[in-house]
Design a binder for this molecule. Structure first.
Ligand SMILES: *Cc1c(COP(=O)(O)O)cnc(C)c1O
Length: 388
């Protein structure tokens, strides 16, 4: 059976060009980039090229890129560094719709005595910037860090990072953004959006799992999360994951090249899928501000059916997507994102997230549009909540 893969916000296929570039560094070119001999030093040169490619994707300098093991580590490293360097500041600002990598760390820190402001979102998933700016005004000298995502992994809704970054800079408050979902889908430029730290992750942009980066703006103080060797200029101990770093470099180069296609062809496919499903399936609705979303993401709720059941039937036809439930916790409750948006329960419960990549085709969208209506009808026919 052919797989139709529309779960790219969960993870992506490693691009063949990325695999090809990584291969020599598993077997033949295994030198340690920190070694004095040229066998290792040559690997170091290749790492420098990767650093340049990642920096280029976000318009940073290579020296501002710190390689880490995953997006979660980047998020944790950024927030913990801010707290360590500002021990007198006890206030953290984040939002109610963050990825668990930020959300759960912040909850943990709150239990440890930090004061936490989780900025709410409205029914469309838009950040309450009035409350954010108000808190910034009132508590500027107590805020250790603001950590807000660039774009939401479930709905694709984009936060006004440029404005927030400028506001934070004015007040001298550190601002970190989790840009894991934004990277490769929309332009991300740390010059025009002057954030202090930014997380990105390889496996969301066609590099392997287990490699990521943290952008740390030149001039800001930083404390390593992993304390150890002098690697990454003392900002992250541990011998470099050379092959994967090289893969992330190649993936970054490809991501930059594909930005225009994301904005045009992939946005077109997403809109085609959205229009097709809305037209063919009654009582369906899109979650999130429609004209301010990542071009690849569609979160769509089908009333009176259950996301997990939809996914199971979709799986039988080879379509991979995600539901809007808090699947990681093993519960069938709607996700914290949909709940924070106050999406009605009957719609949140039946929410499916489709997330595309440049590997998707129009034929695949046609397949999904043809497959979904009978699945939803079958489940609704059995649902006590569906009013016929
Ligand atoms: C996937 C994701 C992460 C975590 O990245 P990992 O590399 O899987 O740890 C963090 N934030 C967002 C928004 C994500 O989508």
């Amino acid at each position: 059976m052919n797989i139709v893969y529309t779960d790219n916000n969960a993870t992506t296929k490693v691009a063949p060009e990325v695999v090809e570039e990584m291969m020599p560094y598993f077997a033949d070119l295994y030198g340690n980039p920190s070694s004095m001999h040229s066998f290792g030093g040559n690997v170091g040169k290749k790492l420098q090229e990767a650093r340049e490619r990642v920096a280029d994707l976000i318009n940073a300098s290579p020296v501002e890129i710190v390689f880490t093991s995953c997006g979660t580590e980047s998020d944790n490293a950024a927030i913990m560094a801010a707290l360590e360097l500002n021990p007198e500041k006890k206030h953290i600002i984040t939002s109610v719709v963050e990825h668990p990598a930020v959300k759960n760390l912040c909850s943990y820190l709150e239990k440890k005595g930090y004061e936490l402001t989780c900025v709410p979102v409205d029914r469309e998933g838009r950040l309450d910037t009035e409350l954010l700016y108000d808190t910034i005004e009132k508590k500027a000298d107590q805020i250790a860090i603001i950590s807000l995502m660039w774009a939401n992994n479930e709905t694709g809704v984009i936060f006004p990072v440029e404005k927030i970054a400028k506001k934070a800079a004015e007040k001298g408050i550190l601002f970190h953004t989790d840009a894991v979902q934004a990277i490769g889908k929309i332009p991300v430029d740390v010059q025009s959006s002057p954030v202090d730290m930014l997380s990105l992750s390889g496996h969301k942009i066609h590099a392997p799992k287990g490699i990521a980066a943290l952008y740390v703006k030149k001039g800001i103080k930083f404390a390593p999360f992993l304390k150890g060797g002098h690697q990454e200029k003392g900002r992250r101990g541990g011998t470099e994951n050379t092959a994967s770093i090289i893969g992330l470099g190649k993936a970054s180069e490809l991501a930059k090249k594909h930005l225009n296609e994301m904005d045009t062809r992939i946005r077109g496919l997403r809109d085609y899928l959205e229009t097709g499903l809305l037209a063919k399936i009654p009582a369906s609705s899109v979650n999130g501000e429609r004209n301010n979303r990542l071009p690849n993401t569609l979160s769509i709720g089908f009333d009176a059916v259950e996301g997990e059941s939809i996914l199971l039937l979709m799986d039988q036809t080879g379509i991979c997507a995600s539901s809007g439930s808090a699947c990681t916790s093993g519960s069938l409750d709607p996700s914290h994102v949909l709940m924070a948006m106050k999406v009605p329960f009957e719609s949140a419960h039946g929410t499916i997230r489709f997330s595309l990549s440049t590997y998707n085709t129009k034929e695949e969208m046609d397949h999904i549009i043809a497959t979904m209506p009978p699945i939803i009808k079958r489940l609704r026919d059995m649902s006590p909540f569906w009013k016929k």
